[in-house]
Design a protein around this ligand. Structure first.
Ligand code: FES
Length: 858
């Protein structure tokens, strides 16, 4: 028997177990989050005798007789102050990490009420945040500390939420205090637990599954295999390339270590592993293909029936070789970038429930209608028999576009007619979900005597891993953006995405552009040196302006301020002893002739204005963006608005949260819906008159296909542009970043800054420290070995906004996406800074020979 106190109340437990599990599962104190269960992320931080402690590292025997305080047990005053400070500063995005930060901050401030910024950063170094870049979290803790010291009353929050107002996020308080519900925080009566058995090998023939012993376990509810799937065993984000098995059928060959071969369902979470261990599986191990070169070898076995090439792209706008031959300077360089992990804080979780003759799911993904479509196909049901509601999403960054747990939860719930939760452990999450593509790239770029770019040629190979996921579109964006936002006479870009037996690769903030931007920008720096220009000068000379052609032929619209962004960072670049600069662009919207629709319904219910859209809120703040668009259009206060969570029964299909599209697409749809309500109000009808009425808005972008024969095709509805400068100190560490962004109309400056700061910090990790360790197709990465930056490692990040004039009249008031662009220029800017620092050109990521690499022991 173990006895201790939790939040001042005595508690006892017969069995020894992890404190985190006891708090979450037994006491239902779900403000303590399970991020990694390995003591590496800090999301489960609680106070033990006043000391910040990771509750996943403590068993109950270790807290015998001690005082445990969770986020629920802090004082009301602390709750009010921290909720105010975190909301005010915009320190909350996906929110999954925040209760852990808050608990660490309280431990620090109890000891050091006047903690300096440096002490705060050190005090929270055990907590990882993947969204914010720490800038606003540290600011929030500083504000909270001052308020607590000076006993300041909580200021009233303004209700004004028009475009450009720093309105506090609608979900800030519940996320800060841990009261908001993520899927794993939900318990449904009668719920059982399921978990997949993964392939023991990257590539092996599955010979036999014997579940006899497992089924005899008293807690075992079922062991399902591919033979139990009632509909289509193949899923896939892109319906036309559904190549991903729900489970690998007996007799067939596995494609990576994340493949599910059986699904075990247990009455209890605790006995799941025990039952999984009782399932006997026989394989014939086969040699895996672990690189694109191996997969393209003539005698390579086929990973998929159609072969090992997922997709091939070729963009050409002229005789590149002839232009290069006449160019004064030409550089050719090979670049290599690795597979990279999203490391979102919330591991994947879904709950499936029987619902008449269909299923209902609680999920946390980037698009509930994607889940509806894929689960319905798998079950062989019409769409309307599968319904989905999103709970809070603890980060995604592209990594939650594919099915990971939803299909298994839906399948088990449908077959068993019971609610079923599927939760991935962090280890499983790292193994299963698609990553950012590793790419090998050969880039040749030419310019004239003055440094005017002439032509560029690129050959790109991406390792797309075991399944298609979004590997095709990622390769496309890598290619369409490979020349950068610059003017050329001709370009030629060829890309190939190749299946291997590595984990699948798909969407990740930047969507292929992070990789090719690194190469494009590297070549510009090499050319600048040859011509005798600075990194800044060659970019300014070649940057596109309104009316110019982008390399893909699209005419640059009036809503562009790329040169302005370069001018905004010019002084800091020129005045720093060692600095690198990068400018880049990123599309808003899927484009290239594909269906791309934002939808929103505005309804009047109980005297309030409801915004109903399925746009997934994954931390970027789309709910608050839509609220501000509605307030602007309707000229009402925020207190009049209710933003509903995505639910297939209530909210129309607004497409996936991807391609930096939601602010523009669903923003415009919401504006259109709100305009209809505004018309009624302007006609003199009252809210009472309009009670129960719905107003629909839809925006569909018309774009041209990739190989359109139009002279100036419209590839995308819009583009954001940005410049970043990385400044190095004398010791070679990054001193600061300065970022200037053209994201069109800024909706909420604090939120947009937060996106950029988080993107820069993520880009810095990609550039300098992040790795995804694998050995022969086996994932050996753990959360602690990903190389994620903590608060002490991220330097100051200054952000500025620039924009073209008169843009507010455009679509969605001129709003453009910022999510992906936030991270793209950072790695090239850092590489440029090191080139300036010691003259050594570094064409691989993570960048080598910097103070951020641990010295190898001799
Ligand atoms: Fe910190 Fe998302 S807000 S991980």
């Amino acid at each position: 028997m173990y006895s201790f106190t939790v939040n001042g109340q005595p508690v006892t437990c017969e069995k020894d177990k992890k404190l985190m599990n006891f708090l979450r599962d037994d006491l239902r104190l779900t403000g303590t989050k399970d991020g990694c269960d390995q003591g590496s992320c800090g999301a489960c931080t609680v106070l033990i005798n006043g000391k910040a402690s990771k509750s996943c590292l403590f068993t109950l025997s270790k807290v015998q007789g001690k005082e445990v305080t969770t986020i629920e047990g802090i004082t009301e005053r602390q709750k009010d102050v921290f909720a105010y400070a975190f909301a005010k500063t915009g320190a909350v995005q996906c929110g999954y990490c925040i209760p852990g930060f808050l608990t660490s901050a309280i431990a620090l401030l109890n000891k050091k009420p006047e903690a300096t910024e440096e002490e705060i950063r050190k005090g929270v170094r055990g907590n990882i945040c993947r969204c914010t870049g720490y800038v606003k979290i540290v600011e929030a803790i500083q504000i909270a500390a001052k308020m607590l010291r000076e006993d300041t009353p909580i200021p009233q929050e303004p209700e004004n939420a028009k475009l450009g107002d720093d309105f506090k996020r609608i979900d800030a308080v519940e996320k800060t205090l841990g009261t908001g519900q993520y899927v794993d925080d939900v318990v449904v009566p009668g719920m059982v637990h399921a978990s997949a058995i993964r392939s023991a090998y990257p590539r092996a023939r599955l010979l036999k599954i014997d579940a006899t012993e497992a089924l005899a376990h008293p807690d075992c509810e079922a062991v399902f295999t591919a033979a139990d799937v009632p509909g289509n065993n193949k899923i896939g984000h892109l319906e036309f390339i559904s190549d991903w098995d729900v489970m690998i059928p007996v007799g067939e060959v596995t494609r990576y270590v994340g493949d599910a071969v059986a699904l075990v369902v247990s009455a209890t979470k605790e006995s799941l592993q025990e039952i999984k261990d009782l399932v006997k599986i026989e394989y014939e191990e086969l040699t895996p293909l672990l690189s694109w070169e191996e997969a393209l070898a003539e005698d390579a076995p086929k990973i998929h029936e159609k072969g090992n090439i997922l997709s091939h792209e070729h963009l050409n706008t002229g005789d590149v070789d002839a232009v290069l031959a006449k160019s004064a300077h030409v550089v050719t360089q090979h670049y290599s970038v690795p597979i990279n992990e999203h490391a979102f804080m919330e591991p994947e979780c879904a709950i499936g429930m029987p619902d008449d003759d269909g299923v209902f799911l609680y999920t946390a993904s980037q698009g509930i209608y994607d889940e509806q479509r894929e689960v319905a196909r798998m079950l062989g049901l019409p769409l309307e028999k599968v319904n989905v509601e999103s709970k809070l999403v603890g980060g995604g960054f592209g990594g939650k576009e594919d099915m990971s747990v939803q299909h298994h939860a839906g399948l088990a719930a449908y077959l068993l007619q019971k609610p079923v939760k599927v939760l991935l452990s962090r280890e499983e999450s790292l193994k299963v979900h698609p990553k950012r593509h590793g790419m090998e790239m050969d880039f040749t770029t030419g310019c004239d005597e003055e440094g005017n770019l002439t032509a560029m040629k690129a050959v790109i190979y991406s390792d797309t891993g075991a399944y298609a996921s979004l590997g095709g579109p990622v390769l496309q964006r890598a290619c369409t953006h490979a020349a950068g936002p610059y003017k050329y006479q001709a370009i030629d870009v060829e890309g190939t995405a190749v299946y291997t037996n590595n984990p699948p690769c798909g969407a990740f903030r930047g969507f292929g552009v992070s990789q090719t931007a690194f190469a494009t920008e590297g070549n510009l720096n090499l050319l600048a040196e040859k011509v005798g220009l600075s990194q800044w000068e060659i970019r300014y000379k070649n940057a596109v302006e309104a009316g110019d052609n982008l390399p893909n032929g699209q005419i640059v619209s009036r809503n562009v301020a790329l040169k302005e962004s370069l001018l905004a960072v010019k002084d800091v670049y020129e005045q720093a002893p060692y600095a690198g600069v990068s400018c880049f662009f990123k599309n808003s919207g899927i484009g290239v002739g594909l269906e791309d629709v934002g939808r929103s319904i505005i309804s009047v219910e109980d005297g309030k204005i409801h915004i109903r859209s399925s746009a997934a809120e994954i931390g970027q703040g789309i709910g608050t963006v839509l609220l501000q668009v509605a307030c602007e259009t309707l000229d009402v206060d925020a207190s009049m608005i209710v933003v509903e969570p995505p639910n297939t029964r209530r909210t129309p299909d607004a497409g996936t949260t991807t391609a930096s599209r939601q602010s523009l697409f669903t923003g415009e749809a919401t504006r259109r819906a709100a305009q209809k309500l505004r018309y009624e109000l302007d006609m003199g009808r009252s809210m009472d008159d309009l009670e129960g009425q719905e107003f629909s808005g839809e925006f569909s972008a018309v774009t041209d296909g990739l190989n359109s024969d139009k002279k100036n095709p419209v590839s995308h509805a819009g583009y954001g542009y940005a410049s970043q400068v990385a400044v190095l100190q004398e010791d070679g560490k990054v001193e600061k970043f300065v970022a200037a962004y053209d994201v069109g109309q800024v909706v909420n400056p604090r939120a947009a800054q937060g996106q950029i700061e988080g993107g820069v910090a993520m880009g810095m990790g990609y550039a300098l420290t992040e790795k995804f360790p694998m050995e022969n197709g086996y994932v050996t990465a753990r959360y602690a070995t990903l190389g994620l930056l903590d608060a002490t490692k991220v330097p100051p990040i200054e952000t500025m906004f620039v924009q073209a004039r008169g843009i507010k009249d455009g679509l969605a008031y001129g709003i453009k996406g910022v999510g992906e662009l936030a991270t793209i220029p950072t790695a090239p800017a850092i590489a440029g800074a090191y080139f300036a620092y010691d003259g050594k050109f570094r064409p691989t990521l993570p960048i080598e020979d910097t103070p951020y690499q641990k010295k190898k022991k001799k």
